[in-house]
Design a protein around this ligand. Structure first.
Ligand SMILES: C[S@@+](CC[C@H](N)C(=O)[O-])C[C@H]1O[C@@H](n2cnc3c(N)ncnc32)[C@H](O)[C@@H]1O
Length: 227
């Protein structure tokens, strides 16, 4: 069941419109020539996946990360793609069918309401978590579900610290449908994500990408052996 509030309705309506052409238009996201694929690859590599691993892709959209994850986990692994928007998941399902991946499950859910299965090896989210107001909760829920040694990786856009506001706004305005860009800039959700990763996981790492316009935050679930 998806909780429907005003924010969700707007967000779902926006992504329903985007879904059909998302795989093409997102190549220009957030700007033409942006190294999005390289950033995705980096996020998947940060999970340190092995054959047979179980991975959750939160706010998976049309499943653009799936080919990279599949390559790492192989047919014996498992992907669960979670997203709020039915139309984005429908595109993801088409991708799954076209590739013949039998190890992918798609779940329509708000990220914060999603009941993470216990013992997963990796959780990732790309270009989405700063849109989720309860991102700290999502990180906490995921961290609790990771197997010992499992990893979380969050990749998303941010505002570069030393860039004039109007340039940042230009770059990100097209991708923030749920609230005004001013709110996003003021709220600084990337700081919330960094703090939550530090709070919930061991060995947290924070890397700014492409002149500070994106970040990759990662962390590992403690084995719990330290006593
Ligand atoms: C910019 S797209 C990114 C999709 C995909 N992760 C990618 O890298 O291409 C943002 C996605 O986040 C999803 N989303 C936004 N808020 C969400 C929430 N609270 N719970 C689950 N999905 C959400 C949207 O439906 C959309 O598919």
């Amino acid at each position: 069941m998806i909780q429907a509030n005003g924010t969700h309705e707007r967000l779902i309506a926006t992504y329903r419109k985007k879904a059909k052409h998302y795989d093409v238009t997102s190549r220009f996201y957030p700007a033409p020539g942006y190294p999005q694929r390289a950033q995705r690859l980096r996020a998947v590599q940060a999970l340190g996946l092995r054959a047979g691993d179980r991975v959750i892709d939160i706010a998976c959209g049309t499943g653009l990360n799936f080919p990279l994850i599949e390559e790492a986990i192989g047919p014996g692994g498992r992907i669960v793609g979670v997203d709020l928007t039915d139309a984005m998941l429908a595109r993801a399902q088409e991708k799954v069918d076209a590739h013949g991946w039998s190890n992918v499950i798609l779940v329509q859910s708000d990220a914060v309401a999603y009941d993470f299965p216990a013992g997963v090896n990796g959780i990732m989210s790309t270009y989405a978590m700063t849109q989720v107001p309860e991102c700290a909760e999502v990180i906490a829920h995921g961290a609790a579900a990771l197997a010992a040694g499992g990893r979380w990786a969050v990749l998303d856009l941010k505002v570069p610290d030393k860039t004039p506001g109007f340039i940042s706004q230009f770059g990100t305005a097209s991708v923030r449908p749920f609230a005004s860009i001013d709110q996003w800039v003021t709220r600084r959700p990337w700081d919330v994500i960094r703090d939550a990763m530090q709070e919930e996981l061991t060995d947290p790492s924070w890397t700014e990408l492409f002149f500070g316009t994106a970040f990759l935050a990662t962390g590992i679930r403690d084995s719990g052996d330290a006593g």
